[in-house]
Design a protein. Structure first.
Length: 102
C-alpha cells in the first residue's frame, strides 16, 4: 500500500526567495529522506472553480507504506527536513497523508 505525503504551500510573500530556498535547500534535503520512492512538486497554475488561489505549490512524497514514512521522518535527515519546512512554509500551509488504493 503506497503512502503519499502531500504538502500544500500557501502563497509566499516573496515567491522568488521562497523558490530559491525551496530548490536550493529544501528539496535537496527531501531527496535524502530514507525510504522515499519518488518526489514531485509543481506550482499551482489556476483555480478552476473561480475561488481564491490559496496555494502556491504542492509537493508529493511517495513511500511504500506508513511505517517507512514514519521511520523516514524520525531519521536525522527527516527531522532536518521537517525543521526546514517549519522555517519556510508560509502561514496556512498544510500537510496531508494519503493512502493510495493500489
Amino acid at each position: 500500500m503506497t503512502v503519499k505525503l502531500m504538502v500544500l504551500y500557501t502563497q509566499p510573500d516573496d515567491s522568488d526567495a521562497f523558490d530559491r530556498h525551496y530548490f536550493g535547500t529544501h528539496m535537496p534535503l527531501v531527496r535524502q529522506v530514507p525510504g522515499l520512492q519518488r518526489a514531485e512538486t509543481g506550482r499551482i497554475a489556476a483555480t478552476l472553480d473561480g475561488g481564491e488561489q490559496t496555494y502556491y505549490r504542492v509537493t508529493e512524497l511517495y513511500f511504500p507504506d506508513q511505517a517507512t514514512m514514519d521511520a523516514a521522518f524520525g531519521s536525522d535527515v527527516g527531522q532536518a527536513t521537517a525543521a526546514d519546512y517549519q522555517k519556510i512554509a508560509p502561514p496556512g500551509s498544510r500537510m496531508f497523508v494519503k493512502i493510495l488504493d493500489d
